[in-house]
Design a protein around this ligand. Structure first.
Ligand code: NAD
Length: 267
């Protein structure tokens, strides 16, 4: 039984994660962490998640429950995640990170922990998205150098703070890597005004932010005469939460290293 603590437990993903851990026979809920000084400290995390009392009170510091859990699941913000990585490394815990929007410096800081603890980091924990990444690599290899234009289109709810989504960037990365391109050189993240025709090798990104859309991604391969679209639509945050709990159970048995969902799922 893997004992799991959830940081950001009052957030959208945090509350969904409480549900997912409760539904998983191989995992137990060891604690929930809210922001330091939050008025929600002391609240029952089952009640925060709309499940009724579970007898686990939210705390506002990781140190308060450090003896109680094996793996921390973190869906918060880049800065908070880096602090939690340091704490988990210090206390010999595993960590599953779903936080997105890390800049290059923050990604390098995260990567520096690869030999200090077992960590899973993935911008999208859904099984379907991770299978989609495999399909994209195959499609890109078959089409990308044969005159097909590649565009990534994503839509999310109005509260999302980073853009394009971590998943869209990951999809773009997988496609670019399969074709020997890089997003740094070939990614096009905005088009406005007289920006001219597209170039052959660019990989374009377009973003929609509206309402309560959980997460939709399409990668389009278009040429004269046909268009192939590979689409994933998430209809509930539960798909990410279930993937994260699966990752937590998996990482509990791993040595130090940086892993992604492809490792967890054996894809
Ligand atoms: P949210 O704003 O609803 O939740 C974040 C929570 O973190 C908030 O409740 C906030 O109070 C809490 N928090 C902030 N600082 C904290 C601290 N120091 N200690 C404890 N808690 C703290 O956001 P969300 O929609 O749940 O998304 C969170 C992150 O997860 C985002 O980066 C989002 O893009 C990402 N996400 C990833 C996946 C995936 O599959 N990898 C899926 C969905 C969302």
């Amino acid at each position: 039984m893997t004992r799991i603590a959830i940081v950001g437990v009052a957030g959208r993903m945090g509350r969904t994660l409480v549900n997912a851990v409760q539904q998983d026979a191989g995992a137990s809920l060891a604690g929930g962490i809210v922001e330091p000084g939050s008025s929600l400290a002391g609240a029952d995390i089952g009640e925060l998640a709309g499940l009724g009392k579970l007898g686990v009170a939210a705390v506002d510091s990781l140190e308060a429950i450090v003896d109680d859990f094996d793996v921390l699941i973190d869906f918060t913000t880049p800065r908070v995640t880096l602090n939690n990585l340091a704490a988990c490394a210090k206390h010999g815990k595993g960590i599953v990170i779903g936080t997105t929007g890390l800049d290059d410096e923050e990604l390098a800081a995260l990567d520096a922990y690869r030999d200090k603890l077992p960590l899973v980091f993935a911008p999208n924990m859904s099984v379907g998205v991770n299978l989609t990444l495999k399909l994209l690599a195959t499609a890109a290899r078959a089409l990308g150098d044969e005159g097909y234009d590649i565009e990534v289109i994503e839509a999310h709810h109005r509260h999302k703070v980073d853009s394009p989504s971590g998943t869209a960037l990951k999809m773009g990365d997988v496609v670019a890597e399969s074709l020997g391109r890089t997003l740094k050189e070939h990614g096009v993240f905005a088009r406005e005004g007289q920006c001219g025709p597209r170039t052959d090798k660019e990989i374009g990104f377009a973003t929609v932010r509206a309402g309560d859309i959980v997460g939709e991604h399409t990668v389009m391969f278009a040429t004269e005469g046909e268009r192939i679209e590979i689409t994933h639509k998430a209809s509930s945050r539960m798909t990410f939460a279930k993937g994260a709990v699966r990752a937590a159970r998996w990482v509990a048995g791993q040595g130090n290293g940086r892993y992604d969902m492809q490792d967890v799922l054996g894809l």
